[in-house]
Design a protein around this ligand. Structure first.
Ligand code: CAA
Length: 380
């Protein structure tokens, strides 16, 4: 496979890197400490086309391929993983689903402002009692004339307090399992739509994560996304794409930690020479380098399969599983190379370590990625 970057992909890397280093980097530590959502930066990301990079120009997006999208999320996360997930959820879990499954009317009303970054989107699948076992959800959608009446609680919703457009999953018939799940677009100003508790998190602290409570929320049935009976498989298909985004976020965290560790190892002198001259440090750097490259190739394999119209569910699960482990590995080694300085907040590597962990958890835990991969292998 040839993954030589196109001019467009190189241009995306340079544009995002400039933005991340010149604008995101400045206050990333403060935003993390204060759990402050990067409102002004997200607005700028919208103006730069980062919030709908792959959406067709017909709907106001950048019309780019999935490798360019991976580069976007990697470069944001290399500096600020919170910005990475904010963009990833909007691009993958919301815009992608709306463009693939939406009606022209839904695209005009919802996709266009989301792709332009004028509105932010969220994906409401998880519930307090159902995380990995997503189809066991308790939130209900009951038909009433031309409308749905939705009741229930969703939790761990990224972008939850900020988003104006929510992709909500609810069951119309719990007894029929995943076949009962419906996917419904809900505006945040719908009566009965309540933003719940904002979570205090270990990492990605400047992205917001909250619960969403739906109390007799009346939404027109024309807001159903895709065919009603395919709601659950639509969630799974959207998550296949989302996992490329989170794998790219993990890659960005790994690269950020790696770059910081390499620079520090050249500056820090112990025993009369830079610690980079010690084989113990060199071997850590080599192991980080290999895992970063392997992650990138797995991500690009998934991205290129998607862009060629092939099934990419196993490929995106492989990429997310491996890149998330790589983020944890590289952040851990980067802290180790920094020694005591790695453990304090003057250096960014402790933040990378805290941010890395979530990539093994959201959009399907590492164990769920192994379920997806092993099922694919065993069915032959
Ligand atoms: N791709 C496409 N379709 C898939 C799929 C995949 N990866 N996995 C399952 N499906 C389809 C199946 O084909 C089947 O549909 P059909 O009958 O139409 O073919 C349907 O989904 C049901 O499949 P299963 O019987 O395999 O379902 P299951 O109940 O055993 O669950 C699971 C499968 C893989 C465990 C799934 O529940 C899962 O992925 N769980 C993890 C959920 C998750 O990732 N949550 C993340 C929350 S969102 C988030 O984190 C967002 C955020 O804010 C950052």
């Amino acid at each position: 496979m040839d993954f030589t970057y196109t001019e467009e992909q190189e241009m995306v890397r340079q544009t995002v890197r400039d933005f991340a280093e010149n604008e995101l980097a400045k206050d990333a530590r403060e935003r993390d400490a204060e759990e402050k959502f990067p409102t002004a930066h997200v607005k700028k990301m919208g103006e730069l086309g980062f919030m709908g990079l792959q959406v067709s120009p017909q709907w106001g997006g950048g019309g780019m391929d999935t490798i360019a999208y991976s580069i976007l999320i990697e470069e944001l996360s290399r500096v600020d993983a919170s910005a990475g997930v904010i963009a990833s959820v909007n691009n993958s879990l919301v815009c992608y689903g709306l463009e693939k499954y939406g009606t022209e009317e839904q695209k005009e009303k919802y996709l266009r402002p989301l792709a332009a970054g004028e509105k932010l989107g969220a994906f409401c699948l998880s519930e307090p009692a159902t995380g990995s076992d997503a189809s066991a959800m308790l939130t209900t959608s009951v038909r009433d004339g031309e409308d749905w009446i939705i009741n229930g609680t969703k939790n761990f919703i990224t972008n939850g307090t900020q988003a104006k457009v929510h992709i909500v999953f609810a069951t119309e018939d719990k007894a029929s399992g995943y076949a009962g799940v419906r996917c419904i677009i809900v505006d945040s100003d719908t009566p009965g739509f309540i933003v719940g508790r904002k979570e205090k998190k270990l990492g990605i602290r400047s992205s917001d994560t909250c619960s969403i409570i739906l109390e007799n929320c009346r939404v027109p049935q024309k807001n159903t996304l895709g065919s009603p009976e395919k709601g659950f498989s639509l969630a799974m298909n959207i998550l296949n794409k989302g996992r490329i985004g989170i794998a790219s976020q993990a890659l960005g965290i790994a690269v950020g930690a790696f770059d910081a560790a390499v620079a520090y190892s050249k500056e820090r002198v112990q025993f009369g020479k830079p610690i980079a001259a010690q084989q113990a440090i060199q071997f850590m750097i080599a192991e980080m380098d290999v895992r970063i490259h392997a992650s990138r190739y797995l991500i690009y394999d998934a991205a290129s399969r998607k862009d060629r119209g092939l099934d990419f569910s196993m490929a995106s699960a492989r990429a997310k599983l491996y890149a998330a482990e790589t983020a944890m590995f590289c952040a851990d080694k980067a802290v180790q190379i920094h020694g005591g300085y790695g453990y304090i907040k003057d250096y960014p590597v402790e933040r990378f370590m805290r941010d890395a962990k979530i990539t093994e958890i959201y959009e399907g835990t590492s164990e769920i990625q192994k379920v997806v991969i092993s099922r694919g292998v065993l069915k032959g």
